[in-house]
Write a protein that binds this ligand. Sequence first.
Ligand code: GLY
Ligand code: MN
Ligand code: MN
Length: 438
Amino acid sequence: MIDIKEFKNRRKRFMDMIGSDSIAILPTASISIRNRDVEFPFRPDSDFFYLTGYPEPEAVVVLIPDREEGECILFCRERDEKMEAWHGRRSGLEGATTIYAADDAFPVEDMDDILPGLIEGHERIYYNMGGDQNFDQRVLGWVNQIRDKVRTGVTAPEEFISLNHFLHEMRLYKSRYEIKLMRKAAEISTKAHKRAMKNCRPGMYEYQLEGELISEFIQNGARHAAYPSIVGSGKNACILHYTNNSDEIIDGDLLLIDSGAEYQCYASDITRTFPANGKFSKAQRDIYNLVLSAQSAAINEIKPGKHWNEPHDAAVRVLTEGMVELGILKGDPEKLIKDDDYTKYYMHRTGHWLGMDVHDVGDYKLDGEWRMLEAGMVMTVEPGLYLPANSESLPNQWRNIGVRIEDDVLVTKDGYDILSKDAPKAVDEIEELMANAG
Ligand code: GLY
Ligand code: MN
Ligand code: MN
């Protein structure tokens, strides 16, 4: 059961922001075809779901602040005995009002007849253009129908406004309800990472460990991963978006696993790196501990009053100084940072917002300045080093080592709370877990 008070409250806050004279229109995601008559599993659009909690496809929510007959109108599929016998239960028009607390519900097929009448008389339409070209055309068609009637005295909307500004600001600050779900998503992923560490043996294939991860997700009620899992051994750990997961895991390789469950539409995003045979080599440990110190320095920068980029700056400083100490880079760390020379081995940012989407919504800068961290925001902290085989200036011992360590961190009133803290990451902890795996 969804917590309907939470969703009603979100709608109310959103409608207070857009104000009367406005109407907001949000379709859910379209169904995507995987091949011929096979569909990808349906996942609702995050903005739509955030305001409705409605999980079925072919739905559009219309929000009209201060409309006397009801402010929340859901267009959705009707009950249909035959279709339900083939494809599964529907909540129908009645469920739209009783379960999801819409004020009114209409069949989605009737939208073209009803929507122009609802839009009429409003000055502004909040709608995200560009997401779905077919739907864009329909919205423009409805507005043009009203424009054709302006001589009869009706008001046609003058302004299209993106929903992102108000809605994505709301989504950036997680409620207690959302934090509970995000904690659960992180807990499930933590179990999955531990299971992968315990089950890893040289000679296995990367996809076999992916199987362990996914099994753990599903066993715990998370039917889907928040993004395709990366299981990269050896040189594959240096490919940032490696998802083939097709190679044999060789004794002596490091293994980088970036994998997170999605739980009730909330993502987790965790990376752990560990030795396939359970023991870090000296070179692997040196690089690993450097990345771990960079992560710890970054996490220590997380608290209200710090800005978004401070954790990244801290990670870059530690990584660059460490690379100079190990002889991987040569020169003055300050200058190597200023000239972006460290990006040869650390080429991505230290994190991103996390929420319903893995790379979640929310601005990183406000008026051109990095935004300040505030309680309720959730971010990842994920420094890494990627030392590939083909870097000529790199001494042999460092080649083919790819390390990333990624946690999900909630900004709290006084600092932070690591949602994924139970996923082992100290060298000893990892080696011990793997040694005792049996
Ligand atoms: N798994 C995607 C990321 O770490 O950003
Ligand atoms: Mn990740
Ligand atoms: Mn990430």
